[in-house]
Design a protein around this ligand. Structure first.
Ligand code: NAP
Length: 300
């Protein structure tokens, strides 16, 4: 049996069409959504993510204001710019591309962003609100995974979900969301990491597997429960002489073998990746919608 492919590109295209309409309605109401993307340094992967974010803004009619600073840009200056963007009424979302150079304290930067403009959903206020199931900005990659599951009609209720990885941006939030008492949750969740003694035994229990470790072929077909849903978040570069770039992208899952045992699977590239930027756009539009509501309240 070959698994159904969960097409992240197509799902992202459908969601972007919905978002474009919402952005147009907000613009017509005098609140054009606006996003500032701040890049410090010239890390090639970060540059390419920022280019993708700018292109997505353009596609959806979102005002985008990109700032690119050299790798030695002082932390104090960056904090000053974030303060200015917090006060700029044209800007509803502020994203600082991570990782930052080592002389800049990432936590300090994240906490300087106003929680109302934290469209990455990394500010402790938004993380806390997410855990408490209150109104917040959901972090983009976990939100994208939930959208892929929901739009593929995959029911998580009562299922055993296993999450590989416990990072702040993927593992921890997706594990939390999957056990919440919500339509997208209600799963029983296990989180694995480098101190998990028997990773294969945990994976074998999974009805739904989320792999976010950043290591190619961590998940092989012998570990998979037949019929499992496999979401591969990993993005790994492996050498490939047949490519102009000299490398190709693979996930954390041995895709070719695992697809023969799983019921649903996401490819890499073209699975979770396109959803992450799309959910960033969704959060920016959500922030602009909230700003419009607040403005209307004040004028009442
Ligand atoms: P990260 O911060 O490096 O965290 C990796 C996690 O995996 C850690 O919790 C680590 O455990 C765990 N881990 C590593 N090797 C393991 C092993 N052999 N067995 C069990 N656990 C292991 O990574 P991240 O930021 O979450 O990203 C994970 C992957 O997803 C990367 O490939 C990244 O590029 C990709 N990603 C993709 C998107 C997208 O939009 N497609 C978005 C974000 C990330 P410890 O905590 O014990 O160290």
């Amino acid at each position: 049996m070959s698994a159904v492919l969960i097409d992240g590109k197509e799902t992202a295209r459908v969601i972007r069409a919905e978002l474009k309409e919402k952005a147009a309605a907000l613009t017509a109401a005098g609140m054009r959504p606006g996003l500032t993307v701040i890049l410090v340094g010239d890390d090639p992967a970060s540059c390419s993510y920022v280019t993708g974010k700018k292109a997505a803004c353009e596609e959806l009619g979102i005002f985008s204001d990109s700032l690119h600073f050299p790798a030695d840009f002082p932390e104090a200056e960056l904090l000053k710019i974030i303060g200015e963007k917090n006060r700029d009424s044209r800007i509803h979302g502020i994203l600082v591309q991570l990782p930052l150079p080592p002389h800049i304290d990432e936590n300090k930067i994240i906490e300087a962003i106003s929680p109302e403009k934290d469209v990455d959903g990394f500010h402790p206020v938004n993380v806390g609100r997410m855990v408490l199931e209150q109104e917040c900005f959901l972090p983009c990659t976990p939100h994208g995974i939930l959208q892929l599951l929901m739009r593929s009609n995959i029911d998580t209720k009562g299922k055993k979900a296993v999450v590989l990885g416990r990072s702040n941006i993927v593992g921890k939030p997706i594990a939390n969301l999957l056990f919440q008492k919500q339509a997208y949750g209600n799963a029983t969740v296990t989180v694995c990491h480098t101190a998990t003694p028997d990773l294969a035994a945990e994976i074998k229990e999974a009805d739904i597997l989320i792999a976010a470790v950043g290591r190619p072929a961590t998940v092989t077909s012998d570990m998979i429960k037949p019929g499992a849903v496999v979401i591969d978040v990993g993005v790994n570069r492996i050498p490939d002489a047949s490519k102009k770039s000299g490398f190709r992208l693979v996930g954390d899952v041995d895709f070719e073998a695992v697809k023969e045992k799983a019921s649903y699977i996401t490819p890499v590239p073209g699975g979770v990746g396109p959803m992450t930027i799309t959910m960033l756009m969704a959060n920016t539009i959500l922030a602009a919608g909230r700003a419009l509501k607040n403005k209307e309240k004040k004028t009442c």
